[in-house]
Design a protein around this ligand. Structure first.
Ligand code: 4NP
Length: 167
């Protein structure tokens, strides 16, 4: 295990989906888990949000919490909606699908120079993915959809961390 280097500036990462109860809480929890395992806890600030407001204040969907716990990952988040301030503050906003990308990019364009966040699709980091791939919305499907989402988010977060730990 590597040791923390608390003198380094923290890299901030916000994971974003539509409802902030399925995909982005999973990405937040998995990325946090990988960061902790790598001994880099003090080097990152990690959070998640949704583009929609329907589920604000809710804990993650029970199926997301279940698949996470089966893999030893905790999901501590409460749903919140992304704000302009997030785009002024976070280094990276990592979105799950192209609709999220369009919505966040529109917010960023409206803010102009005030927006500092780099907005990227999570699966751009998936070693098994191709250009423009998305994390599919598992909300209306069954448990197997959540396992599939878990696997692709985990693969992508591993490569995202490899990329960001050297930034
Ligand atoms: P998420 O999934 O964007 O991965 O959190 C969804 C959760 C709720 C809804 C849609 C997607 N919904 O329509 O309420």
């Amino acid at each position: 295990m590597q040791s923390d280097n608390s003198d380094s500036p923290r890299t901030s990462v916000l994971f974003v989906c539509l409802g902030n109860i399925c995909r982005s809480p999973l990405a937040e929890g998995i990325f946090h888990h990988l960061v902790d395992e790598a001994g880099l806890t003090d080097r990152f600030e990690i959070d998640s949000a949704g583009t929609g407001a329907w589920h604000v204040g809710e804990r993650p969907d029970a199926r997301a919490a279940m698949v996470a716990s089966q893999h030893g990952v905790d999901l501590p988040s409460r749903a919140r909606q992304i704000t302009d301030d997030d785009l002024k503050r976070f280094d990276y906003v990592v979105v799950m699908d192209r609709e999220n990308l369009r919505n966040v990019q529109r917010m960023s364009d409206t803010l102009g120079d005030e927006a500092v966040a780099e907005v990227v699709l999570l699966r751009a980091f998936d070693p098994e993915g191709s250009d423009g791939d998305e994390v599919p919305d598992p909300y209306y499907g069954g448990a197997s959809g959540f396992e599939n989402v878990y696997e692709m988010v985990h693969r992508s977060c591993r490569d995202l961390l490899d990329r960001l730990r050297t930034v």
